[in-house]
Design a protein around this ligand. Structure first.
Ligand SMILES: [Ca+2]
Length: 460
């Protein structure tokens, strides 16, 4: 072959190879903290030094008006998995560990479509390492929702060392079977995450890493196990210096984020990997929600406005910030768009944020809803009830982030319109089929109650 033709052929091959490289679907990493507040991280002017998350923010985009769709754990997770308000999946509240409550038997039904399922059907390797909290029973396990791998726990929290949940049950799983694995929860899920990235460096992957930190029990990496199966214990842990423990837990999670980023960089995958980090709801009183009113469980901003960082070197502008109104429901449409994979054939409530992240575009005004008790319409927040909100309140968050100045009386027309929107939303999200096995659940709860050992009466 003449050398000119040979060179041309090589050039063509190199060009085709480069094109196939640039066209490779990106890797997707979704990291979620548990109960981390708006005022906890140093990159949000918070009280805990988190150098690795700060680096992520410095190298990417920091959201200032990002929200979890729930103000407690399970609902946000159901919304995150499906890209739809969690009420549509029949998970408006926490799936409790207590077997005498019907809701204990609820979970994410396989009739729902998760982002993992869609990506897995598009040949992505998928895995979840950490907290599931979308059903206690094997039939609800992540492996039945599109995740090829699952290591972690299915309840709301476990002892960071013994992996016993707060009802006294052992709760550590490999796939849908109990497994014994020694170590501190944060370290274990990180180990599995790093290995998963290494194992899948040559094909597109989606890693979901829902951390336990900084949810109670308040245990740092140098503490000892507290809970045993069937034993009696204080759910929160035994440390008196709870804030110090909380801080240690956040620091370990920060290191975990660093380990994931380092792995992606070491394998040369950074430019083709989108990393999202956020929290599933606001902090409780042991954490910090900055200038926001309220805390976890409330419909005030402190219950659901959370830190969120997007990182994709070369694609998302460094040290950028986004003030658009965004929500955890947006994660699914965003990562599917990044992957170039079509959305499932059903309406999603979230929207694709890539135009915001990659081109700095504005979303325009949008409405968001929390539990049928609060809503946003642009800068306006209407709150009609829930923890600590006895009376109807209207706040303009643009100049009143702390929800201190109730202007409901001065704006009756706006209140009326927003109340009508909440009613319409409630009707809309309850219009689907009931997906939880309620009758069965009630029967099982009753049986558990009837067979539970009776508590001794305590004399006064
Ligand atoms: Ca939570």
């Amino acid at each position: 072959m003449p050398s000119v033709i040979r060179c041309a052929t090589v050039a063509l091959l190199v060009s085709a190879f480069c094109q196939s490289l640039s066209a490779a679907p990106p890797n997707l990493i979704v990291i979620m903290a548990d109960d981390l507040g708006y005022g906890d991280l140093s990159c949000y002017d918070g009280w805990i030094k988190t150098p690795r998350l700060d680096q992520l923010a410095a190298g990417g985009m920091r959201f200032t008006d990002f929200h979890s769709s729930g103000n407690v754990c399970s609902p946000t997770r159901a919304g995150l998995m499906t890209g739809r308000y969690q009420q549509r999946a029949g998970i408006p509240g926490v799936v409790f560990a207590d077997p005498t409550r019907a809701v204990h038997y609820h979970g994410l039904q396989t009739s729902e479509t998760t982002f993992a399922e869609v990506l897995s059907n598009a040949d992505y390797a998928t895995a979840a390492f950490g907290k599931w909290h979308l059903g206690y029973y094997p039939k609800y396990n992540p492996i039945h929702h599109g995740f090829g791998k699952f290591v972690g726990y299915v309840s709301g929290n476990v002892d960071f060392f013994s992996h016993v949940d707060q009802a006294g049950n052992y709760d550590w799983w490999h796939q849908d079977e109990h497994a014994t694995e020694e170590g501190y929860t944060t370290h274990l899920v990180t180990k599995h995450a790093v290995k998963f990235i290494e194992d899948n460096k040559s094909k597109p992957f989606c890693l979901y890493l829902p951390h336990e930190a900084p949810h109670y029990p308040y245990q740092g990496p140098n503490d000892t196990p507290l809970r045993s199966v069937g034993g009696k214990f204080n759910n929160q842990g035994e440390r008196k210096d709870i804030q110090a423990a909380y801080s240690e837990m956040v620091v370990e999670m920060d290191k975990s984020v660093g380990a994931v980023v380092d792995t992606v960089e070491r394998l040369g995958l950074a430019d083709n990997t989108l990393i999202l980090f956020f929290s599933d709801n606001g902090a409780n009183k042991n954490g910090n929600n900055g200038a926001l009113r309220g805390a976890k469980g409330s419909n005030w901003e402190g219950g659901h406005r959370v830190p969120c960082i997007a990182y994709w070197p070369g694609k998302i502008a460094k040290a950028s910030s986004c003030d658009e109104l965004t929500i955890s429901l947006d994660v699914m449409p965003t990562i599917l768009a990044a992957a170039g994979v079509a959305k499932p054939d059903r309406n999603l409530d979230g929207i694709d944020l890539l135009p915001v992240m990659l081109e700095g575009k504005e979303l325009g005004e949008r409405q968001l809803f929390w539990n049928g008790k609060a809503m946003r319409d642009g800068p306006w927040k209407l709150i009609v009830g829930g923890k600590g909100a006895e009376k109807l309140g209207l706040y303009n968050l643009k100049n009143d982030l702390g929800e201190k100045k109730n202007v409901a009386e001065a704006q009756p027309d706006r209140v009326k319109t927003m109340l009508a929107s909440i009613e319409a939303w409630k009707k809309d999200v309850s219009s689907g089929e009931l997906v939880q096995p309620n009758k069965q659940a009630e029967e099982r709860a009753k049986k558990a109650k009837d067979t539970a050992p009776r508590k001794k009466k305590v004399k006064k």
